[in-house]
Design a protein. Structure first.
Length: 462
């Protein structure tokens, strides 16, 4: 298995080199040169595996044997030893045709833990084996930052800096990042929105001299290894639901802003998992919904919503899907991304758009619908959804009647108490979250300029 860029100007590289490169050196995103396809017989064998065993089986298709089997096994089991549920990602029944995949049982109560706990282990492994300095740089709309920090805080040879939009994440999300006291952690609270933070991250990774001189490594979903790790729970959820219901094909409803989590589902489908429709759930920042329904990818006015982790206009993983829907034509992708940079929009039509609409459904969930969904399922099923998971369930309900659906529950409701309070629901906070409010915070506020961020990074990396 080799890795190439969606823009065609990165030669084939191996697994660890792809992991360390993060963003392609040509500005594109790295993808496997060939997506491995698993047979029906293999799927039958995988049905009986534990979550950790399934991780190892899927990773073995992508790692090229570059990591000794025992080392990889040790990292995988260490990654998921911190999860509060022995199944790691358990499945719960909400109603006859709708199941919920709980992805929030990791240390920071969000789905990002599933990939980032492993990536933290892998960065630590590479730093030790290659005697390298690793400076992780990422942007967060709320959950990635805490999960990434949790994965590498206090680790030798690693520093991590996370940018988050000032005042635009939930209080718990902010506290999870900024109450960590380790010296290898820097939180930058940036005036602006997540798209501003993400753009600066991409600009810094595209500056190859800065990237090399400062040993930058990516934690965001621009790093393919994060997508690969998230692919596992689609297989696991399918197997659990198929065993319980006998369903041969399962739809997935995915709350997403950066297109990473749903792209992991697309990758699972390309690998041979019997996935029906991938239902893309967004909020008022619904650029991705418009793309699925109309073929137009164009940022609109940024909105602050009840589901802040999805308050994203420019989806960093969109380019990966564009590459595949255009027949893996890197030259065409390169031209369209240049067009997007200059004109601010991409339009597809004809066969390409028909292909998108065959593979995806989409629904933009407005604020009141999100809160109504939380209240309705709390009343009918006794289940409390966080606002992001509620968007996924609301979108699944729009496609009710089209088969068995698994909706992804991406965060614990305690992370978004502000929205839950608006629903008139009292919830007990887990002890780990309640304790955050008693801890001092440490963060640096910067203006929304790249120059201000660079100044902080250069001081931190010394």
């Amino acid at each position: 298995m080799d890795y190439i860029s969606t823009r065609g100007n990165v030669g084939k590289i191996g697994f660890i080199d792809a992991f360390m490169m993060g963003l392609g050196n040509d500005g594109g995103l790295l993808v496997p040169s060939v997506i491995p396809v698993v047979s029906e017989e293999t799927l039958k064998q995988w049905r009986e595996l534990s979550y950790q065993e399934l991780v190892l089986a899927i990773f073995s298709l992508y790692t090229n044997g570059e990591i000794p089997e025992q080392d990889l096994k040790d990292m995988v089991y260490a990654s998921y030893s911190t999860f509060r549920d022995p199944e790691v990602t358990p499945v719960r029944k909400l109603k006859d045709d709708l199941y919920l995949l709980e992805l929030f049982h990791g240390p920071t109560f969000a789905f990002k833990d599933i990939a980032l706990q492993f990536m933290g282990q892998l960065y630590t492994y590479v730093a030790a084996k290659q005697n390298k300095k690793i400076h992780i740089l990422g942007a967060t709309s709320g959950d990635t930052g805490a999960s990434a920090i949790e994965g590498v805080k206090g680790k030798q040879g690693i520093k991590i800096c996370i940018l988050h939009p000032h005042g635009k994440v939930s209080k718990v999300q902010e506290l999870q990042m900024t109450t960590v006291r380790e010296d290898n952690v820097l939180n930058l609270s940036v005036d602006g929105n997540f798209d501003d933070c993400q753009r600066m991250i991409k600009d810094l990774f595209a500056d190859l001299d800065f990237k090399a001189n400062h040993h930058l490594a990516a934690i965001n979903s621009i790093n393919f290894i994060r997508i690969m790790a998230q692919t596992v729970y689609y297989f696991y959820a399918y197997f659990q639901v198929a065993k319980q219901t006998g369903a041969r094909t399962v739809n997935f409803s995915v709350p997403t802003g950066n297109f990473g989590d749903i792209f992991a589902g697309y990758l699972a489908k390309r690998m041979g998992l019997p996935v029906g429709k991938l239902i893309l759930a967004t909020n008022e920042n619904n650029i991705l919904e418009r793309f699925v329904l109309e073929g137009v990818y164009k940022p609109g006015d940024f909105r602050t919503t009840y589901s802040p982790s999805m308050d994203i206009q420019v989806a960093s993983n969109f380019e990966r899907y564009l590459y595949y829907v255009l027949g893996e034509d890197a030259a065409q992708v390169r031209a369209l991304m240049e067009q997007f940079k200059s004109e601010g929009r991409i339009v597809i039509s004809g066969d390409a758009l028909r292909k998108v609409q065959e593979e995806f459904g989409a629904h933009g969930v407005q604020g009141e619908e999100c809160l109504t969904t939380i209240k309705a399922y709390h009343a009918s099923a006794g289940y409390l959804l966080d606002p992001h998971s509620a968007c996924g369930v609301a979108a699944a309900d729009k496609y009710s009647g089209e088969g068995m659906t698994v909706s992804l529950a991406t965060a614990h409701p305690a992370k978004f108490g502000e929205a839950i309070e608006l629903c008139g629901i009292e919830q007990p906070f887990p002890a780990q979250i309640s304790a955050l409010f008693e801890k001092p915070q440490r963060q640096t506020r910067v203006d929304g300029s790249l120059e201000a961020v660079v100044r902080e990074l250069e001081a931190f990396y010394q």
